[in-house]
Design a protein around this ligand. Structure first.
Ligand SMILES: Nc1ncnc2c1ncn2[C@@H]1O[C@H](COP(=O)(O)OP(=O)(O)OP(=O)(O)O)[C@@H](O)[C@H]1O
Length: 448
């Protein structure tokens, strides 16, 4: 049975129709929206018309995008039609909730065509324009992602840049920006120079407003996010879950070493440290020379009646619950406590704030870290609760245009393993289940 969240309970279907000249971040924004909504269990998918076009024209030069080039126009029409057909099928066959039509959609005529199709299929269209006249930024975007695109495989970067600028000039000939007067009946958002100015028109549903709020918070300044579990705690040594215990002597050693690890990774950047309200994260952060904030939302997953028990005790006392949790760890809610899904929902403001901020170090707990990591790394729900996040390890995330780079920095201070694989009540890293996970953070020193 599908599980509905507050956001998709209304049986809504939304098509976010991207609008914008090339190299304005449309694909970047589309991919972020899909990642954010998927993380919130809202079924979403991006339909990138460029990928469809590449099937008919793998490496076109700028003149292909000249509006008067009739042959090319046919190929481009075919590509967008195929993308829209696939999108409609996805809505119908896979109960999709939010589709993103990632294309330039530069003319009012094209947008009206999409609008009509959406209305005929009971899909709410929301136009999202990224408008930018900052030439330096556009050149940076071209260098960042366009010269390495499959369109320019094997082409000298300077030649590719010149051709891409010509492609933009061709689009500019016909481009019609969204307009407050002419498009006043449409649901639309215009992001002007990232989010220096945002124009919002007729945004009516809750889900649309969530998407708008999210894109308003995005920025593209280079930044890092550091993540660490608290140091080894007394409860970790006793194999107990939950509680509010202090650090073990080795955990305190990690807390002493953490400032050095962070400095090596962050240089003299001014960080802000976020901890949970629990003693073990605050003790871990106590020697860090940065501003610190406590978030209740970063507290560990609440194990309800099982708080303070070992997994062996849980298996003995609540055998059915123990089994049910292994079968669907993401959805299983501890009696009187939380599920992973509950944690994700309470972490939403953290993610939103992380998108707004620059350099943040988060010291929190295993389940919470798994959820945050899953958002940045696009880890599917069935895998994220099984990821191994070791103690005494600093993880650095570097969000880039289409992916997040990960570096793992080990403190070289021994700690127990708190990892529990499927079908066992024993904890330990040697469990074969976690090694199978594509996203296990245990074996590699850095991972892309
Ligand atoms: N709102 C924005 N305005 C301008 N640039 C942005 C914005 N958001 C992200 N970017 C930057 O845009 C680059 C990614 O460009 P992207 O491929 O998404 O452009 P596009 O508009 O989809 O281009 P195309 O039409 O050629 O597919 C990244 O370098 C990213 O930092």
């Amino acid at each position: 049975m599908p599980v509905y969240t507050v956001s998709n309970v209304q049986n809504l279907r939304i098509c976010v129709v991207m609008v914008g000249l090339p190299a304005r971040g449309k694909s970047f924004i589309s991919q972020k929206i899909v990642r954010y909504l998927s993380w919130l269990s809202i079924k979403s998918k991006c339909f990138n018309v460029g990928n469809y076009r590449r099937q008919g024209a793998p490496r076109p030069s700028a003149e292909f995008f000249d509006a008067s080039n009739e042959e090319a126009y046919k190929i481009r029409e075919h590509a967008v039609t195929q993308a829209v057909i696939d999108m409609m099928n996805w809505f119908a066959d896979e109960q999709g909730v939010v589709a993103i039509l990632d294309a330039t959609n530069s003319t009012r005529q094209r947008r009206n065509w999409v609008l009509k199709l959406c209305r005929e299929n009971s899909i709410e269209p929301m136009f999202l324009e990224s408008w930018c006249d900052d030439n330096d930024l556009i050149l940076r975007n071209i260098a960042d992602v366009k010269t390495s695109s499959p369109d320019y495989k094997g082409v000298d970067p300077d030649v590719a840049t010149a051709d891409f600028l010509e492609r933009i000039a061709n689009y500019e000939q016909v481009y019609q920006a969204l307009d407050e007067a002419q498009d006043r009946d449409l649901t639309f958002v215009r992001l002007i120079n990232i989010a220096q100015q945002v124009i919002i028109n007729k945004v009516e549903t809750y889900l649309e407003s969530r998407i708008v709020f999210y894109v308003m918070n995005l920025h593209i300044k280079p930044r890092y996010i550091w993540l660490s579990r608290h140091g080894e705690s007394i409860y970790n040594l006793e194999k107990k879950i939950g509680g509010d215990s202090s650090l073990s002597p080795r955990g305190l050693q990690y807390a002493k070493k953490l400032p050095e690890l962070v400095r090596e990774s962050a240089g003299n950047r001014d960080l802000t440290v976020w901890t949970s309200t629990l003693i073990r994260t605050q003790e871990t952060a106590q020697d860090l020379p940065y501003k610190q904030l406590q978030w209740k939302a970063l507290d560990e997953l609440d194990a309800g009646v099982c708080d303070g028990m070992t997994y062996e005790e849980i298996e003995e006392t609540f055998p059915e619950d123990f089994k049910a949790r292994d079968e669907d760890k993401y959805e299983y809610r501890y009696r009187g406590g939380e599920s992973y899904r509950d944690v994700v929902i309470r972490l939403e403001p953290i993610i939103m704030e992380l998108e707004r901020q620059e350099n943040i170090l988060i010291i929190t707990h295993q389940a919470v870290l798994r959820c945050i990591y899953a958002y940045f790394m696009n880890v599917p729900q069935e895998e994220s609760p099984w990821m191994s996040i070791p103690l005494h390890t600093l993880i650095r995330l570097e969000p880039r245009a289409y992916a997040t780079h990960v570096t793992k920095i080990k403190a070289d201070i021994p700690a127990v393993s708190t990892y529990k694989g499927k079908g066992t009540s024993q904890v330990g890293e040697s469990d074969s289940n976690q090694r199978k996970s594509a996203h296990a953070l245990i074996d590699s020193d850095s991972k892309k």
